[in-house]
Design a protein around this ligand. Structure first.
Ligand code: GDP
Length: 613
């Protein structure tokens, strides 16, 4: 490989070799792959007329231009492609039906309800749930599992329809953005008294971009001032011409409130599906599909609603869903009944996953649980890397000096949260009195008492701020959110330590050697008194893994009440164990520390040496 100079800068040339880069890669990623110094690529980009920092995410086009310059055949790999390749390495494939045409059987359409806010999406989903004529369940569908199936009679046949039970196009778009096509048909709800509105158009655009046929539900026809004809006229401008005007789109006048026109709407969905789509799937293969929603349930552990798209899912199957895996322990339908198998287009609640998957994650059944675990672990590792890449792009105290030098930031934004207002004020005073020189401005953009919340994290993301938690912790999903978004959250229990670190960071002298790594969290559900051991906490592990002998702290209402306790005893059922994973119950004994209450949170951590950047 020769290394000619471009504008006086050296970088290895590719001589036409293929260079695969993940979408959104940075110049540092590029440099790593070709054995160059990131700074040299920054300079080459500069000569190409682009100002890009080493860690910034670069557009596909710029990556390709840089490739051309250095004679590398740059190929951008999307996350979906990466995942496809990962599955391939296990001899798996997601997304295609197995077998030939004759293996395929008709399947019900999967429908999403979209439309402008307040036009009646939620009300319509309720109305459909109630008129489910063939369900045969007293009271209709009772459980909210994120999707449900109803039956309707069309030309004397009973036909099923699957409805995604989250209105709005956010869910639709989010899933599509992840390459998961979940919807066959969109019901576009337009209120007849309000007409076409901005979000009506937005929804329509999303559906058309995804090539999903639309059935228009003209709602609220019971209302005074309702003008269904006007709605038809308005939508003509957007290419949705009603059948009665010679077009191909079915419009149905309904009142979600009074239950008018619901059966006709369902019939229109079936007729549209029959006319425009050939919905078929192979029911006789290992099941595949997508996760629609998931959460951690107090008693049942990870609970996920999945939509089977092909194959048949059975209790006992080994399954991998995104980064999560497990064995299907039980399946429930929207009526809360146990089911043993679920075929194409069937949504079911799945119990038995080790962790909580994300909405839009794809799932597949594999022969052995071991394979499921391996795929999940590889995905987790890949996502971690992507996360690290993103995190490097945000401001953290460690790289503050570099960010300042590179001119990425001129001010350090901080959000302060503390256990009592006195400490927040003291911290704020002390920080504002720091002598930080002229190069950088220190701004406290928000302050408050109490746990670190999701909205604190959102603000930190929007303004590239660092969050300082003084004797407080994140609540609910704030922690996962901050990790996902790469927001630097710092915890202190001594004021001068916080000040020292921030001062050192501003002077470019912060060289942390150790960092605290979160291992697991558990919520206390019950407290048992033992004459021998003192108080024992009956817990549910809510994230990560709790290990015996690890260091822990106790948090009550988002405030740290004990800083250094120890997991002295750990039991599952009656056995002493060394670790307990997320989603499982356990008994925890904190040694001589007995001040525990129901709803307290136990957080375990360890101190690890931090790799130097
Ligand atoms: P979404 O924001 O699209 O989910 O709208 P909702 O389903 O929450 O409905 C918004 C409001 O319109 C609620 O107050 C509903 O009760 C009302 N609404 C929905 N459908 C009808 C209908 O057919 N007739 C009347 N009169 N009101 C309706």
């Amino acid at each position: 490989m020769s290394a000619p100079a471009i504008g006086g800068v050296q970088a290895p040339r590719g001589n036409g070799s293929v260079l695969r880069l993940s979408r959104g890669a940075s110049l540092t990623d590029f440099a790593d792959k070709i054995g160059a110094i990131p700074g040299s690529l920054v300079q080459i980009m500069f000569h190409l007329g682009k100002m890009v920092t080493a860690t910034q995410s670069v557009s596909d086009e710029d990556l390709r231009d840089l490739g051309v310059e250095l004679d590398w055949d740059v190929q951008i790999v999307s996350p979906e492609e990466e995942d496809r390749e990962l599955l391939e390495s296990f001899d798996l494939e997601w997304g295609e039906d197995e077998g030939d045409e004759e293996d395929l059987r008709p399947r019900p359409p999967v429908v999403t309800v979209m439309g402008h806010v307040d036009h009646g999406k939620t009300r319509l989903l309720d109305a459909i749930r109630k008129t489910n004529v063939v369900a045969g369940e007293a009271g209709g569908i009772t459980q909210h599992i994120g999707a449900y199936q109803v039956a309707t009679e069309v030309n004397g046949d009973e036909r099923k329809i699957t409805l995604i039970d989250t209105p709005g196009h956010e869910a639709f778009t989010a899933m599509r953005a992840r390459g998961a096509k979940s919807t066959d048909i969109a019901i576009l709800v337009v209120a007849a008294d309000d007409g076409v509105k901005p979000q009506t158009i937005e929804a329509l655009n999303h559906a058309q971009a995804a090539d999903v046929p639309i059935v228009v539900a003209v709602n609220k026809i019971d209302k005074e001032g309702a003008d269904p004809t006007k709605v038809r006229g308005q939508l003509t401008e957007y290419g949705l011409v009603a059948e009665e005007y010679g077009g191909e789109t079915m419009f149905v006048d309904i009142s979600a409130k009074q239950g008018i026109g619901i059966d006709e709407l369902l019939e229109a969905v079936i007729l549209t599906a029959d006319a425009a789509l050939e919905l078929k799937a192979n029911p006789d293969q290992e099941a595949q599909g997508i996760a629609i929603e998931a959460h951690l349930d107090k008693g049942r552990g990870s609970v996920a609603t999945v939509l089977v798209q092909r194959g048949t899912l059975r209790v006992g199957d080994a399954i991998v869903v995104g980064e999560s895996y497990g064995r299907v322990r039980a399946m429930l339908d929207e009526n809360g009944n146990n089911v043993t198998e679920a075929g194409p287009s069937r949504p079911v609640l799945v119990l038995g996953l080790t962790t909580v998957p994300g909405a839009g994650d794809n799932f597949l059944v594999v022969e052995e649980e071991r394979t499921a675990r391996q795929v999940a672990e590889k995905r987790a590792a890949a996502n971690r890397n992507a996360l690290l890449a993103r995190r490097n792009k945000r401001v953290s105290l460690e790289d503050l000096d570099r960010a300042l030098k590179e001119g990425q930031i001129q001010q350090l934004n901080l959000i302060l949260k503390g256990d009592v207002s006195g400490s927040v004020e003291a911290l704020e005073d002390a920080l504002l009195n720091l002598d930080v020189g002229d190069d950088v401005e220190l701004r406290i953009i928000d302050r408050g008492v109490g746990a670190i919340t999701e909205s604190n994290v959102t603000l930190a993301v929007a303004s590239d701020a660092i969050i300082i938690g003084f004797n407080v912790r994140p609540e609910g999903r704030a922690r996962t959110m901050s990790e996902r978004e790469g927001v630097d959250v710092r915890y202190y229990s001594v004021i001068y330590q916080a000040i020292e670190e921030i001062e050192a960071a501003l002077k470019g002298m912060l060289k942390p050697e150790y960092e605290e790594v979160q291992l697991g969290t558990a919520e206390i559900r019950a407290v048992f008194k033992s004459s021998k051991l003192g108080n024992i906490a009956g817990c549910m592990v809510t994230s990560g893994t709790i290990r015996r002998n690890s260091k822990a702290r106790l948090i009550r209402d988002g405030v740290v009440v004990a800083e250094s306790v120890n997991i002295d005893g750990l039991r599952r059922e009656k056995d002493d164990v060394t670790e307990v994973r997320e989603g499982f119950e356990c008994g925890i004994n904190l040694g001589s520390f007995n001040d525990i209450k129901v709803d307290d949170r136990i957080e375990t951590f360890e101190i690890r040496e931090k790799p130097r950047a």
